[in-house]
Design a protein around this ligand. Sequence first.
Ligand code: 5GP
Ligand code: ZN
Length: 113
Amino acid sequence: MDCIFCKIINGKVPVDKIYENKQIIAFCDHHPQAPVHQLILPKKHIDTLNDLTVEDSALLGSLIQTASQLAEKAGLAKPGYRLVFNCNADGGQLVFHIHLHLLGGRPLGWPPG
Ligand code: 5GP
Ligand code: ZN
C-alpha cells in the first residue's frame, strides 16, 4: 500500500519522532502550522474517520489521551491547544491514514478558515 504514514511507521521514511508504543506513533509535522504541530496516529491503517468501527473505540481513546499527554509535555496544558482530525476533501485531509493534529504555542483563533 502506498501510504506515507505506513512508510513512516515501518521506518522507511525518517521523521522527528516524539512518542511510540505498540499501537501509536507521534512525530512532528514537516510543514508546521503553529509553533507546536505534532501528528498522533494509530499504527493500524484506517483511511478516514468514516472507516472507524466500534472495535476502534479504545484505540481512539488512547490517541486522544496520548495527545493530551504530549500537549502537557510541550507546555501547552495551561495556555491551551487544539486537536484536529481532518476528513476527506472539505475537511482538508491530504493523507488517508487517520491522524490527530496537535496544534499550539500561539492563539489559534476560531473559526478556522
Ligand atoms: P491532513 O491534511 O491529511 O490532515 O494532514 C496531513 C499532514 O501530514 C500535513 O500537515 C502534512 O504537513 C503532514 N505530512 C505529510 N507528509 C509528511 C511526512 O512525510 N512527514 C511529516 N513529518 N509530515 C508529513
Ligand atoms: Zn497507512
